[in-house]
Each structure stands twice: as structure tokens, then as C-alpha cells.
Ligand binder design. Structure first.
Ligand SMILES: Nc1ncnc2c1ncn2[C@@H]1O[C@H](COP(=O)(O)OP(=O)(O)OP(=O)(O)O)[C@@H](O)[C@H]1O
Length: 117
């Protein structure tokens, strides 16, 4: 019974991923970056600790983008008209994506730039 509930929850989550993948350009960009970074990791044979850092930051960026999209959907649903509170909430959610993306960029620079020289 619990297994059936878990597998239904998993299907809903996959549905959410498909939904965001088809509707959000930024999310497709994150997926593309994930593929490129994975290929670079394989090419440069990065260490296990470097793989852990790469996987953690990718997970953070993708999760932040998913939550940002969920926040946008909530605001569009409950407050579709222009409102300062709607702006503030969406800007803060977007800032979370910016911070995680910058963190991922820094980790990427620290891991890959020394391998280029
Ligand atoms: N209802 C609103 N009231 C006031 N400002 C809004 C409202 N909706 C959006 N904004 C402003 O426009 C910006 C962009 O909002 P939008 O919902 O288009 O998100 P987005 O970042 O373009 O989303 P996407 O990830 O789909 O590209 C928000 O960060 C906010 O500053």
C-alpha cells in the first residue's frame, strides 16, 4: 500500500519535471549545462570529491529552479494582477536561483580552470 503511494508520488514528481522542462527555457538551459559539465567531468577524469561537489551544486541549481517555477505558478494563480508583493516574492525566488547558479559557477571554475592550464 505504502509502496503504491510512493510510486504514485514518484509519477507526480516526474510529471512536474516534464511540465517544467517543456515550459521553462531556463530549466532546459540548466539540463544542457548539466550534460556539458558531466561530459567535461568524464573528459578531465575529475576525482570522486570533485564529482561530489559537481553533483551537489547541480542538484541545488535544478532544485532552486524547480522551486522558483513553483513560486511563480503560485503567484500567477493567486495574484495574477500586478502587485508589489507579487514582485517582491518572485524577485526573492529568482535571487535563490541566481545565488545557487553563481555557487555552481564558482565550483566549476575551481575544478575545471586548473585542468585547462
Ligand atoms: N504580478 C506581478 N506583479 C508585479 N511584478 C511582477 C508580477 N509578475 C512578475 N513580476 C515581475 O517580473 C519579473 C519576472 O516575472 P515572471 O513571472 O515573468 O518570471 P520570469 O523570471 O520571467 O520567469 P521564467 O522563469 O518563466 O522566465 C518578476 O521577478 C517580477 O519582478
Amino acid at each position: 500500500m505504502a509502496d503504491k503511494k510512493n510510486s504514485i508520488g514518484f509519477l507526480y514528481a516526474i510529471n512536474g519535471l516534464k511540465e517544467v522542462f517543456t515550459s521553462e527555457f531556463n530549466f532546459r538551459l540548466h539540463v544542457l549545462s548539466t550534460i556539458l559539465v558531466t561530459l567535461a567531468g568524464l573528459f578531465f577524469k575529475i576525482s570522486i570529491m570533485e564529482w561530489i561537489a559537481v553533483i551537489v551544486v547541480i542538484g541545488l541549481v535544478v532544485s532552486a529552479e524547480l522551486l522558483n517555477t513553483a513560486v511563480e505558478e503560485i503567484i500567477n494563480y493567486i495574484k495574477p494582477e500586478i502587485h508589489p508583493a507579487a514582485k517582491k516574492i518572485k524577485d526573492i525566488a529568482a535571487a535563490a536561483v541566481l545565488i545557487t547558479s553563481l555557487t555552481a559557477l564558482l565550483v566549476g571554475i575551481l575544478i575545471f580552470v586548473p585542468k585547462l592550464f
